[in-house]
Design a protein around this ligand. Structure first.
Ligand code: HEM
Length: 352
C-alpha cells in the first residue's frame, strides 16, 4: 500500500469509478447477440470482433460460417452486426424487403461532403435517390452501355497484348483499375478519361486514396461515438477530403461543359433530367435530386466502380490462371452463348 501514489480518498474514488465506467462502456453493447440467442465469436472490450478479422475477409467469414452456421453475430468495435450467408434471407434483405425495411446502409457518419450519396442517405432520402438511380440499371440501359464496355475492353486488350506477347509478368490491377474507371466515367458522364493509357492519371490516385481511412480515427469514432458531433463540427472526415473534392470538381466541370442543346444518354443526364426545378408543386420538388445530390451520386459511381470492379476482375484472373481447365470451360461457354460475336482479338491465348 505504501508504494501506491498518495492520492486523496476522493481522487481514488473518482479514478476507480472512471476505470469501471471505461470498462463497462467498452462492453456495454456486446451482449446484444447473446440476449437474442445469436451465436458468434466472443467480442473483446472496445474492439468487438475486429481483432479476429483475417486480412482476407472471406476466409474469416468461412471460418465463422463453419463454426456458427449461416447467420452469426459480430461486433465492429461496439456496433453489433449480423453476418448473413443464407440465400433466402439475403433475397429478402437485398430484394424483397429492400425498400420497406432495409433502406439504410452502414454509416460511419464522418462522411465529409459526401453526406448525401445513395449509400449514406437514409429512409425517404435514400428511397428518392434510389428510385431515380434504378432505371439506369435496367437490362435495356445496360445493353446500351455494352458498346462503351466493348470499346474499353478493346483498349484493355491492346494494352495487355504486347505484355503477353513478351511473356512479361504484369500486375493486373494496374490494368483492371484504369479499365474500370474508364468504363465508369464513360457510362456515367460520357467522357473518355483514357486512364488506361495514362497510369498516372490523378483520378486513379484519388480513387485509391479515397477510402484509405485513418485507422486511429476509425477506432476513435467507433469506440467513443459520442464525440462524433464534435469531430463533425471540426470538419473531420473519414473519407479523404482532397479526393472527394477532386471528384466533385471533375463532375462539376463535365456538368458545366455539357451542351444543353445536345443532351446525352448517360447517367449524369438522367439525374439532371430528374431535377424538377420548373415544377412548382412541392411534392414534385421532393421527387427530384438537387444539384449537390446529382454531383455526389456521379462522384460515388466513379469511386464505387473502381476498387470493386478491379478487385473482382483480379480475383477472376487469379482463379482462371490457377485453374486452366475451368478457364477453358468458361471460354467454351462464352463461345456457345455468344457465337460469332467475340473475335479472337478479345481472347488472347485462351487456346494455349
Ligand atoms: C464486383 C464489383 C462490385 C461489388 C463487389 C460491389 C459491392 C457492393 C456492396 C456489397 C454494396 C452494399 C449493398 C447493400 O448494403 O445493400 C454495394 C452498394 C453499392 N454499389 Fe457496388 N459493388 C460493385 C460494383 C459497383 C459498381 C461498378 C458500381 C457503380 C456503377 C457500384 C455502385 C454501388 C452503389 C451506388 C451502391 C449503393 C446502393 C444503395 O445504397 O442503394 N458498385 N456494392
Amino acid at each position: 500500500m505504501a508504494s501506491l501514489p498518495l492520492f486523496s480518498l476522493e481522487t481514488w474514488i473518482l479514478l476507480i469509478t472512471f476505470i469501471c465506467l471505461f470498462v463497462a462502456y467498452g462492453s456495454w453493447t456486446h451482449g446484444v447477440h447473446e440476449k437474442m440467442g445469436i451465436p458468434g465469436p466472443k467480442p473483446r472490450m472496445y474492439l468487438g470482433s475486429i481483432n479476429r478479422f483475417n486480412k482476407v475477409y472471406y476466409i474469416d467469414d468461412k471460418e465463422c460460417a463453419q463454426m456458427y452456421g449461416r447467420v452469426w453475430g459480430t461486433y465492429e468495435l461496439r456496433r453489433p452486426m449480423l453476418a448473413v450467408m443464407e440465400p433466402d434471407m439475403l433475397r429478402s434483405i437485398l430484394v424483397k424487403e429492400c425498400f420497406n425495411y432495409f433502406t439504410n446502409r452502414r454509416d460511419l457518419r464522418l462522411n465529409g461532403d459526401l453526406y448525401d450519396i445513395v449509400s449514406i442517405a437514409e429512409d425517404d432520402q435514400w428511397r428518392r435517390i434510389r428510385n431515380i438511380f434504378t432505371p439506369n440499371f435496367t437490362s435495356g440501359r445496360i445493353k446500351e452501355m455494352f458498346g462503351i464496355m466493348k470499346h474499353h475492353s478493346r483498349k484493355l486488350i491492346d494494352k495487355l497484348r504486347p505484355k503477353v506477347d513478351n511473356n512479361e509478368v504484369v500486375e493486373v490491377k494496374s490494368f483492371f483499375g484504369p479499365y474500370g474507371m474508364d468504363v465508369m466515367a464513360s457510362c456515367s458522364m460520357g467522357v473518355d478519361m483514357d486512364s488506361i493509357n495514362n497510369p498516372s492519371h490523378p483520378l486513379l490516385a484519388h480513387a485509391s486514396n479515397l477510402f484509405n481511412i485513418s485507422i486511429p480515427l476509425f477506432l476513435l469514432q467507433g469506440c467513443f461515438p459520442f464525440i462524433i458531433p464534435l469531430l463533425k463540427l471540426l470538419g473531420v472526415s473519414l473519407i479523404q477530403k482532397s479526393s472527394s473534392a477532386f471528384f466533385r470538381t471533375v463532375v462539376e466541370k463535365v456538368r458545366a461543359e455539357r451542351n444543353e442543346s445536345s443532351p446525352q444518354r448517360d447517367i449524369l443526364q438522367h439525374l439532371v433530367n430528374s431535377k424538377t426545378v420548373d415544377d412548382s408543386r412541392e411534392e414534385k420538388q421532393k421527387e427530384g435530386l438537387n444539384e449537390h445530390e446529382i454531383i455526389s451520386q456521379i462522384s460515388i459511381l466513379l469511386m464505387a466502380g473502381y476498387e470493386t470492379t478491379a478487385s473482382a476482375l483480379m480475383f477472376l484472373a487469379y482463379n482462371m490462371a490457377r485453374n486452366p481447365e475451368i478457364m477453358k470451360r468458361l471460354q467454351k461457354e462464352i463461345d456457345s452463348t455468344f457465337p460469332n460475336k467475340v473475335g479472337d482479338k478479345f481472347l488472347p491465348h485462351f487456346n494455349d
